[in-house]
Design a protein around this ligand. Structure first.
Ligand code: SF4
Ligand code: SF4
Length: 689
């Protein structure tokens, strides 16, 4: 295991105004008097500088950026110079938001701090929740990329699990940020009585919010939703450290801001994060003794002034690397290989040069079976994502593994991603889905090969019935689609060359594998299965026409006749159904379902001639089986012919004294007062197996 490499964020921030259409309880600008709006020219200049610093995206903040009078023009300009745009918004100005989306803004960071009426209260705006719902509906209809901010306060902390479920089920957010409300700006002037009293209204103590925060994180985690906790002490939610993004991490989070730092080197960005930390946080008392101070950054200085250090539990272990806990950036690279080769040697060298840590390489050459080798790798991998890479892959782009990981982190509906496999001559290569679209970033497909791909760790395994190599990978992703209902995509951001030597694709084993695959997934349905499916779907006319065709070929097929009976039952043609069930039961008395259908349809109609005839016939043909005379007596009972039933039971008891059901029904009938109602069908009919 290597330490992770830190990549400076390529996201800038532009603060466009200090005017707003809300009055949030926890607004950092509550105590700021000045209202201002930047001109279009000023914003354009900032965007050009952001682009020159090497950024690829920008977040617009305020105030409320959507009410900036020239926001649509700002978006158009930003997109035109190659800065992908995102707006942080309270979602109140839905109509304006529609125009901004039209101008090209595809990413939105929504402030959803409260659940239902609490959103109104926190925003100080009646109807804020409903307006946000409208905004979300619109953004979803436009397939925008939605992120969510939720500030942790005394008002909303108990609602965090409900909010998390809402982000998953309704908002369909890609990333959720829980932001700890720390007393910044004038909120830090706690010696002022007004500020002190308001702060006590808004701020929640970290130990109080912790249990609700953990529950919310659990909900997001099981739903594969990327969750961050910003500016929160690590030691208060031990076990959830991977989610925390404090000052030492913030400059490397691809969704956080570059704060104008230039050039983009790890050292500069780390130093900037540390400087933030030094200005804002306290590293005294328990934090001073903590082994992970350089990872956590300590507790907010103003918070410590108010609440002290009693909630903290410093770590004994000494850790320095800011991304030590970020296990979600880890994907083991499994390389199944039949034998060591020059290609393999080159690949290992390339991986060392182009992959971003942390990762393990699991190289397997254990079996002459690709499926077994792959499963061996899956058993050994401990990371949340698994990369599989064949030994004939080369020309990987730098950071290829992190790009693939981020596709899974940002898209919870995606289960697996393939790199775009290219031919050595630069043309798109063959892959299982025969897809050659190079334009979209992510291309949904039915299958991908395992030549260079990433997928979520699950309990699924490769089917080891496949011999040597070929089709086991297609089968694996087929299983994934069926069992997990997730999407599979090709990512065009990662283009790799697949030498595709097809060393194991010829020969009999491959024909066998292909047949196994076809048989497993596309086995031709029998006409009986097809008719059954049509009946289940309620397509009775189609079912009946197919059935009649089949009956013309085979009039003596009891299963077809039984199916015809089932169709008649669904059409309320019970008399016809009884005749069918009678016929199929006579043709195959071993099939208990036919007899069961005959009994049920006879009972439904109260028409027992066919059933009685059938049972009498069976008694003659099977004189040593006690169930038929017993069933006949039951049938007589249902008709209210108790004396005849009793006679039949006494006869049966003489011949089969150990048949318990006969004795039980006889006793029941003897105790029955014939003046009262009929005996009910007890549902105890004992079908023969
Ligand atoms: S939406 Fe933002 S700027 Fe406006 S009041 Fe709320 S926190 Fe302040
Ligand atoms: S003791 Fe201080 S430095 Fe250590 S984890 Fe807790 S808040 Fe962070």
């Amino acid at each position: 295991m290597f330490l992770s490499e830190l990549i400076p964020t390529k996201r800038a921030v532009v603060d466009v105004n200090r005017v707003c259409n809300a009055r949030c309880q926890m607004c950092y600008y509550t105590y700021e008097d000045k209202r201002w709006t930047k001109s279009l020219d000023t914003v354009k200049k900032e965007l050009i500088l952001a682009k020159r610093r090497g950024n690829t995206s920008v977040d617009f903040t305020g105030g409320e950026p959507t009410i900036h009078p020239e926001m649509t023009e700002i978006i158009r300009f930003s997109e035109s110079i190659g800065l992908h745009t995102c707006i942080i918004t309270n979602g109140l100005a839905t109509e304006k938001i529609k125009r901004i989306v039209e101008a090209g803004c595809r990413e939105w960071l929504l402030s959803i701090h409260g659940y239902k009426e609490m959103q109104d209260k926190l925003f100080g705006v009646k109807g804020a929740w409903d307006k946000m719902q409208n905004t979300i509906e619109f953004l979803k209809s436009q397939r925008c990329f939605i992120r969510v901010n939720c500030t942790l306060t005394k008002y909303n902390y108990k609602d965090l699990p409900a909010l998390a479920a809402y982000y998953v089920n309704y908002v369909n957010a890609r990333i959720v940020n829980f932001i700890n409300f720390n007393p910044h700006y004038q909120w830090g002037q706690v010696e002022q009585p007004e500020v002190f009293s308001k702060l006590n209204e808004v701020q929640i103590r970290v130990s109080e919010v912790a249990p609700y925060l953990k529950e919310a994180l659990n909900i997001l985690e099981v739903n594969n939703l990327w969750a961050n906790v910003r500016y929160f002490p690590f030691c208060v939610i031990k076990g959830y450290e991977a989610h925390i993004c404090n000052n030492p991490q913030v400059m490397f989070d691809p969704y956080e801001w570059d704060y104008n730092v230039y050039p983009k080197t790890e050292e500069r960005y780390l130093a900037h994060g540390r400087e933030f930390q030094r200005q804002i946080n306290s590293c005294e008392d328990k934090c001073g003794q903590c082994g992970i101070l350089n990872v956590c950054g300590g507790i907010n200085r103003n918070y410590a002034k108010l609440h002290g250090y009693s909630e903290l539990e410093p770590y004994d272990i000494k850790i320095e690397h800011p991304y030590h806990f970020k296990k979600d950036l880890e994907a083991d690279i499994v390389i199944p290989s039949f034998k060591p080769s020059r290609n393999l040697q080159y690949l290992l060298m390339e991986l060392a040069e182009k992959s971003i840590p942390p990762y393990n390489i699991i190289l397997i050459s254990k079996h002459q079976s690709a499926a077994m080798n792959r499963n061996y790798g899956l058993e050994r991998s401990k990371s949340p994502y698994i990369i599989m890479c064949d030994d004939d892959i080369c020309d990987l782009p730098y950071g290829w593994n992190r790009t693939l990981i981020n596709v899974l982190k940002e898209n919870r509906e995606i289960m697996a991603v393939s790199a775009r496999l290219m031919n050595p001559d630069g043309t798109p290569g063959r892959n299982t889905s025969n897809n050659y679209d190079l334009d979209s970033r992510l291309v949904p497909v039915d299958f991908i090969p395992t030549a260079c791909c990433i997928f979520r760790k699950t309990a699924l395994r490769f089917d080891e019935r496949y011999i040597r190599a070929g089709w086991e990978d297609t089968d694996f992703f087929m299983q994934m689609k069926h069992a997990l209902k997730g999407q599979i995509v090709i990512c065009n951001d990662v283009k790799v060359v697949h030498l595709n030597e097809e060393k194991n694709t010829g020969g009999t084993q491959n024909t066998y594998n292909q047949m196994l695959f076809q048989e497993k997934w596309f086995k031709k349905k029998t006409s009986i299965e097809e008719i059954g499916e049509l009946i289940n779907k309620g397509q009775l006319e189609k079912a009946i026409s197919l059935l009649k065709n089949e009956l013309e070929k085979d009039q003596k097929n009891p299963e077809l006749i039984n199916l015809l009976g089932i169709i008649y039952m669904k059409m309320d043609r019970v008399d016809d159904a009884i005749e069918c069930f009678y016929a199929s039961a006579k043709m195959n008395p071993q099939n208990v379902d036919y007899l069961k259908n005959l009994i049920e349809s006879s009972q439904l109609k109260g028409k027992y001639e066919y059933l009685v005839a059938y049972l009498k016939d069976m008694i003659i043909q099977n004189p040593d089986i006690p169930e038929y005379p017993y069933l006949l007596s039951e049938c007589l009972t249902w008709q209210g012919r108790y004396d005849e039933a009793l006679e039949q039971l006494e006869e049966n008891e003489k011949r089969f004294p150990d048949h318990l059901e006969t004795r039980a029904l006889k006793t029941k009938l003897q105790n029955h007062d014939s003046n009262t109602d009929k005996l009910e069908n007890t549902g105890q009919t004992n079908f023969m197996s």
